[in-house]
Write a protein that binds this ligand. Structure first.
Ligand code: C2E
Ligand code: MG
Ligand code: MG
Ligand code: MG
Length: 277
């Protein structure tokens, strides 16, 4: 009994601490949004068939004035809870498209921009209209933009989500299913979803050398995706042997530290000029 009580007290103070931390992050995030101190970094995606950079993924970066770098894996869920994800997500799409246009103006073309979309934003009314407005604002065609979604999108209102995907496709926008293999419904939904790509989750790639099942799973995913006419991207490729295995397994696109870390726009421009020769 005594122990139970102690446990309960420990639990509540832990919970309190988490609630406070959450509120602190939310306040600080609002300051960061207001002062426009969030940044986007870009990570190249390499097409295995040609070796060229076929796309880049935009990733949010927050350098907290006191606490240093805070991962989007930490603050995106906070922003989703508070609703801050909507202005944040609008800013991300606008900025990523502006920078893709800027690349084009620098003579760097034939590259698509992938943007992660929170289900909270995706499910909002006017999402498709907003995407269309942004494309027009920056003079881009739909094919230059790729939206990365996750299966969690389908948990609430799958029919509506599928309808939204069809309307995005009508704009020419490409859809990638991120973190593939980590959800539950992957296989049953795959044939119903109007998507173009799947991104095999990093966890499968990471254990390639140590877990022989991962090699089999990866090759199975690639074969299945190709039968469904989907492009396959591997994320989190860190070593030469992972890259070689994935290329040999006919994975279409590779992304990871082995090729390049996410980098700021200026460095990206230099990187892209370098690989283009
Ligand atoms: P994600 O979309 O699956 O992004 C891939 C993550 O893997 C990124 O982490 C990237 O930096 C990291 N990564 C790439 N290559 C490697 C590698 O070789 N090794 C390792 N260990 N990691 C690698 P990051 O930037 O911390 O982002 C984490 C997650 O936060 C993203 O996962 C995405 O779900 C979310 N996120 C990031 N930016 C945005 C955004 O603008 N909007 C939304 N809604 N979510 C975002
Ligand atoms: Mg992603
Ligand atoms: Mg991912
Ligand atoms: Mg993710």
């Amino acid at each position: 009994k005594q122990q139970g009580r102690n446990n309960f007290q420990w639990y509540t103070s832990d919970l309190n601490e988490r609630v406070c931390e959450h509120a602190r992050l939310r306040n600080d995030l609002q300051k960061a949004i207001d002062t426009e101190s969030l940044k986007l970094h870009y990570q190249p995606q390499i097409e295995t068939r040609t070796g060229r950079v076929s796309g880049i993924e935009a990733l949010l970066r927050w350098e907290h004035p006191q606490r240093g770098f805070i991962s989007p894996a930490v603050f995106v869920p906070v922003a989703e809870d508070s609703g801050q994800i909507i202005p944040l997500s609008l800013w991300v799409l606008d900025t990523a498209c502006a920078q893709l246009r800027q690349l084009g103006e620098q003579g760097i073309t034939g590259i698509s921009m992938a943007v992660n979309i929170s289900p909270i934003h995706f499910q909002r009314g006017h999402f498709v209209q907003f995407v269309q407005t942004i494309l027009e604002k920056h003079g881009l065609c739909g094919e230059q933009l790729e939206l990365e979604i996750t299966e969690s999108l389908l948990l609430h209102n799958a029919e509506q989500a599928i309808d939204t995907l069809h309307r995005l496709k009508a704009l020419g926008v490409r859809i990638a299913l991120d973190d593939f293999g980590t959800g539950f419904s992957s296989l049953s939904y795959l044939k119903r979803l109007p998507i173009d790509k799947i991104k095999i989750d990093r966890s499968f790639i990471q254990e390639l050398g140590t877990d022989c099942h991962d090699a089999a799973i990866i090759q199975g995913i690639i074969a299945m995706a190709h039968h469904l006419s989907l492009t396959v991207v591997a994320e989190g490729v860190e070593t030469e042997s992972q890259a070689a295995f994935l290329k040999g397994s006919r994975c279409d696109v590779l992304q990871g530290y082995y090729f390049a870390k996410p980098m700021k726009y200026e460095a990206l421009e230099v990187f892209l000029r370098g690989v283009k020769g």
